[in-house]
Design a protein around this ligand. Structure first.
Ligand code: BTN
Length: 291
């Protein structure tokens, strides 16, 4: 998509990429003063990983709602032990700490409301429509815009803490970077407009707080989140291939259940459930068989 822009646009774009705006945590602190996520905001220029740092704080008793944000990570983590790469000062890299009173089997809903808060905040601030690719990627069209890493600690069946980490590509130009694992985009790449990272994060954290309290109030009345999540799912109804590390299965993505498990209907008509894995959509219709 970059190749189609005029030279004039190219100049503007390069200026934007060469002059990243430093993140201003005061904007966040002011906007979230009376919020769950405004009590303890920690910003670092550079950090290993916001998730790892926050897990360390959680073990030392940090309060629910603590937020860690960084302009750069030297050891950013993705799912399945992968690296999360992001250029300094251009994207959102943050983690939040929750201490939910939920059994471990019900925790998926928190990743779900985090992803929904992300796509709604992006829509509010940039006007762009994004989708969720199971289990926890944010996609724009066929390109990855962001990812979520959820980590939690359980002692004797009781959840001690849960860390939700998100990397969201905001003002970055992924096309100039080293080879990336997936087709990747950013809000700037899609809209040609610089987007305020602080504004997106404030919007997202406000939404997350509202949804989190809703989940806490009555776990049985959270159907709306599942419906919305399924509606915003990039893969539902499509023929996909899932790689679990042990096997590689093709099937039609039929739905995501309350535990976050993806149901696939295989060519033989079997129903298979998966709790984790890497999914790719078969874009080429001629590759699709009858399911
Ligand atoms: C994925 O798509 O594999 C998940 C990526 C999650 C990246 C974020 S960036 C902020 C937080 N800190 C980390 O080390 N990882 C998450």
């Amino acid at each position: 998509m970059w190749a189609r822009h005029s030279m004039e646009n190219e100049t503007v774009k390069n200026e934007v990429f060469e002059n990243p705006q430093p993140f201003n945590p005061d904007i966040l602190a002011n906007a979230l003063k009376s919020s769950l996520f405004g009590k303890n905001i920690i910003f670092r220029d550079t950090i290993g990983s916001t998730n790892v740092f926050l897990k360390g704080l959680a073990q030392k008793g940090a309060s629910e709602g603590t937020v860690v944000i960084a302009d750069e990570q030297s050891a950013g983590l993705g799912r399945l032990g992968r690296e999360w790469f992001s250029k300094k000062g251009e994207n959102l890299l943050f983690s939040v700490l929750l201490r939910p009173e939920l059994p471990p089997s019900k925790l998926f809903i928190l990743t779900m409301i985090f992803a929904l808060a992300g796509i709604d905040a992006v829509k509010d601030i940039s006007g762009l429509n994004t989708m969720i690719k199971w289990p926890n990627d944010i996609y724009i069209g066929e390109k990855k815009l962001g990812g979520i890493l959820t980590e939690f600690s359980v002692v004797q069946g009781v959840v001690q803490h849960l860390v939700l980490g998100m990397g969201l590509n905001v003002n970055w130009n992924p096309s100039t970077e080293r080879t990336l694992l997936y087709p990747t985009s950013s809000l700037f790449a899609e809209s040609q407009e610089r987007v305020s990272r602080e504004e997106i994060l404030v919007n997202l954290l406000r939404r997350l707080e509202i949804s989190y309290y809703e989940v806490g109030r009555d776990m049985e009345r959270t159907e709306g989140f599942y419906e919305k999540w399924n509606k915003k799912s990039l893969i539902l109804g499509k023929i996909v291939v899932i790689e679990t590390g042990k096997e590689c299965i093709e099937g039609k993505a039929a739905g995501i259940d309350r535990d976050g498990a993806l149901t696939l209907i295989t060519a033989g008509g079997d129903k298979r459930k998966f709790l984790c894995g890497d999914v790719s959509v078969k874009m080429n219709l001629s590759e699709q068989r009858n399911f």
